[in-house]
Design a protein around this ligand. Structure first.
Ligand code: IFM
Length: 388
C-alpha cells in the first residue's frame, strides 16, 4: 500500500436501515409504540422503499462502490411462519440494482425493529427465539444469498438491550437489569443459530454482526482505570466473545468516546455533534486497533454524525479516512468503510430532527440535496487515498 493509498478493492459506501428510511412499515413494535404515542412516528420516512434506485444513483455519482442496507423482517415474515414472496422480490430488485452498477452490498437482516407477532410473544426472550430468527435468516439466504457475500444478522445488540431493557426508552420499554442481561445472551444465541442455518444453505457467504464499540479512556485514578477496563470488557468485547467461532468478519459501528475522570475543561472544550456526542478525531482508529485481536476482517459498518449545518462533517470524514488508513498501516485488516448515513433519516426517539445524511432530505417534498461534505468523501473515494 503506497503512502496515502488504501488497498485495491477497498469498499467505500454508506449505510441505511429499513425502518429509518423505507417508510410504510406498520407491523413492527416501533410502529405500535408510535401509535401509542411513546416514540415518534416514522410514517413514510424518506420513501426509500420506492426511491432506492435514484438514491443509489446519487451514491454511485459520489463514487461509492458499496452499500449497506437492511431487510425488514416484518415485511418478509408478516405472520409467524408465513413468508411474503412479493417482498422478497422487492429486495431482489434492490440487490439487482446494486449488482447492475457493480456495487458491493452488505445486507443486514435485523436492525432493531421486531415483527409485532414476535415482539408480542416476548421477542428474543421467548423460548425458541433463536430458531424463529434463524428460520427467517435462512429463508432470506435461500432466496437472495446469491446476490451478496457480506451478511449481518444483528445491528448493535448491546445498544438494543440497553435502550429497551435498561434505559426503558425503546420497545419494550423495560428497566430490568436481569432482562437486560438475558436479552444479550438470547440475541447471541439467535446469532449463533442463524449463522449455522445460513451457512448450511450457502457456505460461501460471509456473516458477521454490526457491533457498536466505544473508545474508553481514563485518567490515572485507579478507580477510573478499573471502570475503563470493565466498560471496555463488557461493552466492547463480551458479546463478540459470546459469538466467537460464529463470525467471518466484524462490522464496527463507532460513534462514542468516553473518558472516565475527564476534567471539566476537557468536557467543555470537546467539539460536539447535534446529538451532543463528542467528535473525537482518533477514536475510530483506537477501536479498530482493539479489534485486531480477533484475527478477522474488519469493516466500519457505521460511522457518522448528526450535523444539519454540515460544518463538522467534512473534517470528520477526512479524519475517518486517516484513522482507517493508520489502522491498516498498523496491521488491522480493514476492508471497507460505510458512512452513516446515506440519507437523513428517522433517528429513533429523536424522530426526524437529527440529520446524519451525506444527502439531505426535505421531508415535505422528499427532495434530495447532496451535502458539500459528500464531495469530500467523493474525492477520497475517487483517489482511494487520503486527500491531505
Ligand atoms: O441511527 C442509528 C442507527 O440505527 C444505529 N447506529 C447509530 C445510528 C445513529 O444513532
Amino acid at each position: 500500500m503506497a503512502d496515502k493509498e488504501f488497498p485495491e478493492g477497498f469498499l467505500w459506501g454508506a449505510s441505511t436501515a429499513a425502518y429509518q428510511v423505507e417508510g410504510g412499515i406498520e407491523n413492527v413494535d416501533w410502529a405500535e409504540a408510535a401509535r401509542e404515542g411513546k416514540v415518534p412516528e416514522a410514517g413514510r420516512a424518506c420513501d426509500f422503499y420506492n426511491r432506492f434506485g435514484s438514491d443509489f444513483e446519487i451514491a454511485a455519482s459520489l463514487g461509492m462502490n458499496a452499500q449497506r442496507f437492511s431487510i425488514e423482517w416484518a415485511r418478509i415474515e408478516p405472520e409467524e411462519g408465513k413468508f411474503n414472496e412479493r417482498e422478497i422480490e422487492h429486495y431482489r430488485a434492490v440487490l439487482e440494482r446494486l449488482k447492475a452498477s457493480g456495487v458491493t452490498p452488505m445486507v443486514n437482516l435485523w436492525h432493531f425493529t421486531l415483527p409485532l407477532w414476535f415482539s408480542e410473544r416476548g421477542g428474543f426472550l421467548e423460548k425458541g427465539a433463536p430458531e424463529i430468527f434463524a428460520r427467517y435468516c435462512r429463508f432470506v439466504v435461500e432466496r437472495l444469498g446469491g446476490y451478496a457475500d457480506l451478511w449481518l444478522t444483528h445491528n448493535e445488540p448491546i445498544v438494543y438491550s440497553s435502550k429497551g431493557f435498561w434505559d426503558g426508552v425503546w420497545p419494550p420499554f423495560l428497566r430490568n437489569p436481569l432482562q437486560y442481561l438475558r436479552v444479550i445472551y438470547a440475541v447471541a444465541a439467535a446469532h449463533r443459530t442463524a449463522y449455522t442455518a445460513m451457512k448450511t444453505v450457502r457456505p460461501s457467504i460471509q456473516i458477521g454482526i454490526a457491533k457498536h464499540n466505544i473508545f474508553f479512556e481514563s485518567n490515572s485514578n485507579p478507580l477510573n482505570r478499573l471502570l475503563c477496563v470493565c466498560s471496555d470488557w463488557f461493552w466492547n468485547h463480551r458479546f463478540l466473545r459470546l459469538i466467537e467461532g460464529y463470525q467471518d468478519f466484524i462490522g464496527l459501528n463507532h460513534y462514542h468516546h468516553k473518558k472516565y475522570g475527564a476534567t471539566s475543561r476537557e468536557r467543555e472544550t470537546a467539539v460536539r455533534s447535534d446529538m451532543g456526542w463528542e467528535i473525537h478525531p482518533t477514536s475510530l482508529y483506537h477501536c479498530l486497533i482493539a479489534l485486531k485481536r480477533y484475527g478477522l476482517p474488519l469493516y466500519v459498518s457505521e460511522h457518522g454524525l448528526a450535523d444539519a449545518a454540515d460544518v463538522h462533517r467534512p473534517e470528520f470524514i477526512k479524519n475517518a479516512a486517516r484513522a482507517v488508513h493508520r489502522a491498516i498501516e498498523e496491521g488491522a485488516p480493514v476492508r471497507g468503510y460505510f458512512h452513516w448515513s446515506l440519507l437523513d433519516n428517522y433517528e429513533w426517539t429523536e424522530g426526524f430532527t437529527k440529520r446524519f445524511g451525506l444527502i439531505e432530505v426535505n421531508y415535505d417534498t422528499l427532495e434530495r440535496t447532496i451535502r458539500p461534505s459528500a464531495y469530500v468523501y467523493k474525492q477520497i473515494i475517487e483517489r482511494n487515498a487520503l486527500i491531505d
